[in-house]
Write a new protein. Structure first.
Length: 415
């Protein structure tokens, strides 16, 4: 057995050549492995495209689809590790970096906005995704400890300190996800979606579902009756502190891991909105996510892009607008509080002056922003086909009369 081992070792040494040659073979192996994984990932991506999900679901059950999604996610992580190793590993002939917890080599990777990809309904998990691991035990423990439970020293770690860091990542990641997934939404509408994801009620619910409330170490007064709202705030903060603990404990890969986790759980919260966006088919080619250094001027990109579809207000103005005709949007009812999300709720009406009408309400809409409420009012007006046809016919007769008068004036002027 010893002779066999020696022969194999000698053969490996002879075949391998110099250290650099062995590194070249190792790099080639990584490249081959990466290509195989890329091919497999490509096949899974093709099979799991949202436009073909109905056909897939008719053949297999939801559990099988979820397993395929899990396999794709796992393969993506392995491919990323192989690619990173192939790029970052120096030849054996060069000094190898000495890694430690606090040295130069363990600095966090820069977070690129383009490392966050849009939601797709076909990739939203059906069950709560697994909790990302905190790699440092001290950080993990501190994510659940209230400042009032510690020694009171300024250097004590607590969830309050971590929450301040985690809050920034939560806002940044949610902003990038929403902006890429809903390119046709106004900033106000995007802010409303983000508020649904980052508000204390939502984050506290996530914390309880992951059992964070059982791991929390809080002062006794927070457990007394009548402290429900305060405890909800605490649970929301603890969720954000856990986000920070994952990121800070893993400088090399923490941001990516926490981003994938947040994308999954938030995708479950916004599943209906994401599916509706895909059904609307408003695939706008926004320059926001295509401009790079040395890119074409913005105007050239806009000119090459297909024209954006008209929104309801623009459609209404195009159908009824004319000289002397006014379409006005204004408050139709006092501001209230939305019982669902506790945000301000506005009611806006759209009013027509012209075509035989004076300040006639054509429709009304309610939303958490006046602009969105106005859009809904325009949608209601457009949905009333009978009254719209009456005004459109009046506009057509008017336009035809104006055209006859213009032609007559031109003929008179040329004679």
């Amino acid at each position: 057995m010893q002779n066999l081992f020696s022969n194999l070792k000698r053969k490996h040494s002879l075949d391998g050549g110099s250290p650099d040659e062995r590194d070249a073979k190792h790099t080639k192996h990584n490249s081959s492995s990466s290509q195989k994984l890329a091919n497999l990932l490509g096949a899974l991506d093709d099979a799991l495209q949202e436009d073909g999900m109905d056909e897939i679901l008719s053949l297999v059950d939801d559990e099988s689809i979820q397993r395929c999604l899990d396999v794709r996610s796992s393969l993506s992580k392995h491919k990323s590790k192989i690619d990173t190793t192939a790029i970052n590993t120096p030849p054996a002939s060069q000094p190898q970096p000495k890694k430690s917890h606090d040295d130069f080599w363990n600095l966090p990777k820069t977070m690129s906005p383009f490392s966050i990809t849009p939601w797709k309904s076909s990739q939203i998990p059906l069950t709560l995704p697994p909790l990302p691991e905190v790699l440092d035990p001290t950080l993990e423990q501190s994510a659940f400890v209230h400042l009032g439970v510690g020694s009171g020293k300024a250097t004590d770690l607590s969830y309050e300190r971590l929450e301040w860091v985690g809050d920034a990542y939560v806002y940044l990641i949610s902003t990038l996800l929403i902006s890429q997934t809903f390119p046709s939404f106004t900033p106000g509408k995007c802010s409303q979606l983000r508020e649904r994801l980052v508000k204390n009620l939502t984050l506290a619910d996530y914390s309880r579902r992951y059992g964070f409330d059982k791991r929390a170490k809080l002062p006794d007064h927070l457990y007394t009756a009548g402290k429900d709202q305060e405890r909800t705030k605490v649970m929301g903060d603890i969720f954000e502190s856990y986000v920070a603990a994952v990121v800070l404990s893993d400088p090399a890969d923490g941001v990516r891991r926490v981003s994938e986790w947040l994308k999954d759980i938030w995708g479950m919260t916004l599943a209906k909105d994401i599916l509706q966006e895909e059904r609307n088919g408003l695939l706008l080619d926004s320059p926001l996510w295509r401009l790079r250094g040395k890119a074409e001027p913005v105007q050239q990109i806009i000119n090459k892009s297909q024209p954006a579809p008209l929104n309801p207000k623009e459609q209404l103005a195009k159908l009824l607008g004319s000289k002397g005709v006014q379409i006005i949007y204004k408050d139709a009812a006092p501001e209230k509080k939305d019982p669902k999300n506790k945000l301000a709720l506005f009611t806006i009406g759209v009013y027509l002056t012209g075509w035989g009408e004076k300040d006639k309400m054509l429709g009304s809409g309610r939303a958490n922003g006046k602009k969105d409420a106005g859009m809904k009012a325009a949608e209601m007006a457009l949905a009333n086909k009978k009254i719209m046809k009456m005004y459109i016919d009046k506009k057509r007769v008017f336009d035809e009369q104006m055209e006859l008068e213009r032609a007559a004036m031109e003929k008179h002027g040329s004679s």
